[in-house]
Design a protein around this ligand. Structure first.
Ligand code: ADP
Length: 368
């Protein structure tokens, strides 16, 4: 089918596809002549909004303004990360494939006893790739991805936040298979006995838990093999750097709790190699080996910062001359550049901090 005919078609599958399809980035038109059947980005946007409106109209009991906000702020389009972009974390990747990706791609196989989990938590030190993993899951599982943060759910107006949470789950169900990704889940699922907890965050948390439970209940009520079951695949995937501050009730709902540790030496080396691959540098295999000992305790994002900073080395020493130096005369990045950067790009997690994660992982993490 041509793009036009698939968009014009009234089937619910094609609607979902359109709503999920990435909005084309605002780039200048390429030289190649547009195909006759191509839909312009503007037309597509109008069509998409019309479909969203229609969808909102179909859903009873959902606040329209809240639903609009979910569509405009929360559905992520074309934000693609693939497994290969993420260095290491092999066990986390296979765990996510088994728990989310395969069940979403082959729902017929994952029924009854093999019913997929409704909640998965990724926890570990900051900058270890939790958000990247969630984004890769979204790409690879071909699902609608809702990426929400506490701040997009917290509303100044009493009661508005609960409406947003209800709209979020209703739309996620409607556009299933869906993944609701909540970054920094601890900030909306903080412990109940936390003194600082105010009325509004308590209400968001309760509404979230209620809506989340309704997913599992709906699934349990469905007979094996019924179509609804397939249609209501919604998974709550969450990430946190502070797993210990999550409410116990919420913690229990995350049946899978995957530890995302600091990268292994081999992974750091791979990541460093990959980051420098597109630049001219003189680092040899031995240099990379030497860096392993020096970057012990560095997270994935620390390694990224280190490489970025080292890459500035050759430019930094040029000062204002930088403005007049031809590109091919910029010297390559050297081991010394990386060593200089090591002076002030330090690991963001301390040894003691790490022990806390490991202890929590032993106590509450899923093995594997
Ligand atoms: P987290 O969600 O665990 O705090 P992110 O997924 O946001 O961490 O990672 C932050 C940045 O660090 C990424 O954008 C990426 O540049 C880098 N990074 C972290 N972990 C990895 C990894 N395993 N492979 C490649 N890059 C990584």
């Amino acid at each position: 089918a041509t793009p036009t005919s698939s968009i014009n078609s009234n089937s619910s599958a094609s609607r979902k596809r359109l709503l999920k399809s990435p909005t084309p980035p605002p780039v200048a038109p390429t030289e190649s002549a547009p195909k006759e059947s191509e839909v312009s980005p503007d037309d597509e946007k109008i069509l998409k909004e019309a479909l969203e409106d229609e969808l909102i109209d179909q859903m009873r009991g959902i606040d329209k303004t809240a639903a609009k906000q979910i569509f405009s702020e929360i559905v992520v389009h074309g934000d693609e990360v693939h497994w290969d972009d993420i260095a290491g974390l092999e066990s986390a990747k296979s765990s996510l494939k088994e728990a989310v990706v395969y069940p979403f791609l082959r729902p017929d196989l994952f029924r009854g006893l093999r019913e997929p989990v409704r909640g998965m938590l990724l926890f570990g030190p900051p900058g270890t790739g939790k958000t990247m993993l969630a984004r890769a899951v979204a790409t690879e599982s071909n699902s609608t991805f809702f990426s929400i943060s506490a701040s997009s759910l917290t509303s100044k107006y009493l009661g508005e936040s609960e409406k947003l949470v209800r709209a979020l789950f209703a739309i996620a169900k409607k556009l299933s298979p869906s993944i609701v990704f909540v970054d920094e889940i601890d900030s909306i699922m903080g412990s109940r006995n936390n003194d600082g907890e105010n009325e509004s965050s308590r209400r968001i948390k309760n509404e979230f838990l209620i809506q989340w439970s309704s997913l599992s209940n709906a699934a349990a009520g469905n007979k094996e093999g019924s179509e609804d079951e397939e249609d209501e695949r919604v998974l709550v995937l969450a990430a946190t750097n502070l797993p210990w501050s999550i409410d116990e009730a919420a913690r229990r709902r995350f049946v899978r709790r995957q530890y995302i540790p600091l990268p292994e030496p081999e992974t750091r080396k791979k990541q460093m190699n990959k980051l420098l691959a597109h630049q001219t540098h003189t680092l040899t295999e031995e240099d990379f080996e030497e860096l392993l000992a020096l970057t012990d305790g560095y997270s994935g994002s620390d390694i990224t910062s280190l490489a970025k900073d080292a890459a500035m080395g050759p430019l930094r020493e040029l000062g204002d001359q930088l403005l007049f130096t031809p590109r091919d005369q910029i010297r390559p990045i050297t081991l010394q550049d990386v060593k200089n950067s090591l002076e002030y790009i330090k690991p963001s997690v301390s040894k003691e901090g790490l022990t806390e994660y490991e202890d929590w992982a032993k106590k509450f993490g899923s093995s594997g």
